[in-house]
Design a protein around this ligand. Structure first.
Ligand code: MN
Ligand code: MN
Length: 469
């Protein structure tokens, strides 16, 4: 059949106008199949890594299989050699040595592996009205009302006074018990329903129900609490005071699931930011012979502002680069000043139900590929590191050359709110940084949603970046 000739206007529009396409309209069935397949192990990753500690252990397991070994500053390394540095079991750095000298700079991909959740307080366990409960202090930005009447699992570690560490993951197995923050029945919620949404459940109401069976002994008080401690002692060898040196947290007890009749999406706890952790990890594992040395960062504490020695507002990335540079007798800052970074984090996807919070011409959409966000911040770009036009041009070229589906995003309408990522902390090291990631619906809720095509685009983007000359 003869192709109909394009009009002058159609031709001009094709040549001059920005034309982003829904990945589903690209008629690339092989790519969509690849995206479906790519997401199967990603769902397993989500289920296995609900805390930063679990993510670090699992990533090390995968990295070691791909040839990564603990970094030894006294050793000598060749291009293609692979090392890692474990920061306190809660953050992790991977590096693959490139063929170019490290003085040419490194390629950094930095995501975070902590997610919003309910942390147990130092003295969590109490009994009231013959119910045993845990007091919690929420971690990160949550809408507290979303965490009531939801099955929760207990994850974390208990470190005994003698240094012995006990790992806890209870509520994940089919037969495991789960836990729950109770909410008020609507019949009696007349006053509660008048509260502003931010106080639908208040911080001190996020109490987790953990038991109601008393220990059968009339001589003791708080029999339910005693029975719970007895069970914890049986299971984990702990006493009440061991809570003082524990990191225990409540996370949603369910696993990742396909969403939609077309199975085009994944619903799960913790896509933010394990979706970027996983996709950058896969790219890093597969980029065996990069030209530039690649560093993949899995950071902790992003959800609470990146402070603390496992957050990226600490110097551990700088020290790592310094140690790598020292192998070649180069200074750390000489390397950092010539380095680039993809700050890998999720962005808000357009949600038609709440369409007026995003600016339609500049926000990200599900199924349009990886989002490049030039700046985040709020209130007049406050608290962001904006990528330069030069660096944006370079990123555009890398993505387009590798035929990665990508789009741009902004975090909400002007003056609607906003937020930040680790980008500004990496930029503070004199590195060129831009935010990239996957668009998410219901971000920070117990059940976040991403599109499988977007997950795959992010992986392709990280791989293109890691391997670009
Ligand atoms: Mn994030
Ligand atoms: Mn977040």
């Amino acid at each position: 059949m003869e192709q109909e000739k394009k009009t002058q206007g159609e031709q001009l529009a094709e040549e001059l106008l920005l034309n982003r396409k829904n990945i589903g309209m690209k008629n690339d069935e092989a790519a969509e199949k690849a995206a479906q397949d790519f997401c199967e192990p990603y769902k397993m990753f989500l289920d296995r890594c609900k805390t930063e500690r679990e993510a670090v252990s699992y990533i090390i397991e995968l990295a070691e299989k791909a040839g990564f070994r603990p970094f030894d500053p006294a050793a000598s390394y060749q291009p293609g050699d692979r090392v890692y540095r474990n920061n306190r079991g809660k953050a992790l750095l991977l590096a693959t040595f490139g063929t170019r000298p490290i003085s040419d700079g490194v390629r950094i991909m930095a995501s975070h592996i902590d997610s919003p959740r309910l942390d147990l307080k130092p003295n969590p366990l109490y009994e009231e009205a013959q119910l045993a409960l845990f007091k919690t202090h929420y971690y990160g930005g949550i809408k507290k009302y979303q965490w009531g009447a939801l099955p929760l699992a207990l994850h974390g570690v208990i470190v005994k006074k003698d240094g012995q560490t006990v790992t806890v993951a209870l509520g994940e197995g089919e037969d495991d018990p789960v836990f729950c923050v109770t909410d008020l029945l609507p019949h009696l919620a007349t006053d509660q329903m008048k509260r502003p949404l931010s106080q639908g459940l208040k911080g001190e109401e996020l109490n987790v129900l953990i038991g109601c069976r008393p220990f059968k002994d009339d001589k003791v008080s708080e029999k339910v609490k005693l029975n719970i401690i007895r069970l914890l002692n049986e299971k984990y060898g702990m006493k009440e005071e061991d809570f003082l040196s524990a990191e225990l947290t409540m996370v949603p007890a369910f696993g990742a699931r396909d969403v939609g009749l077309d199975r085009s999406m994944i619903g799960s706890y913790g896509h933010d930011d394990r979706v970027c952790a996983y996709t950058s990890l896969m790219a890093a594992l597969e980029a065996e012979h990069p030209a530039y040395t690649t560093i993949t960062v899995f950071a902790d504490k992003e959800e609470t502002g990146s402070d603390g020695n496992t957050g990226l507002n600490s110097l551990y990335l700088k020290y790592f680069v310094k140690d790598l540079a020292a192998l070649s007798g180069v200074s750390g800052h000489a390397v950092l000043s010539r380095s680039t970074c993809l700050s890998a984090d999720v962005n808000a996807a357009f949600d038609p139900t709440f369409g007026d919070t995003l600016e339609k011409r500049n926000c990200a959409y599900l199924n349009y590929g990886m989002v490049v966000t030039q700046y985040t911040g709020s209130g007049g770009k406050y608290g962001t590191s904006q990528a330069s036009a030069e660096f944006m041009a370079w990123v555009r070229r890398i993505m387009d050359d590798a035929q990665v589906s990508w789009q741009t995003g902004e975090l909400g309408k002007v003056d609607q709110g906003g937020g930040g990522t680790v980008a500004k902390y990496v930029a503070a090291l004199d590195v060129d940084v831009v935010d990239v990631g996957v668009p998410v619906l219901s971000m920070h809720s117990p059940f976040e949603i991403v599109s499988k095509n977007d997950v795959y685009s992010a992986y392709q983007a990280f791989k293109a970046y890691a391997l670009a000359d």
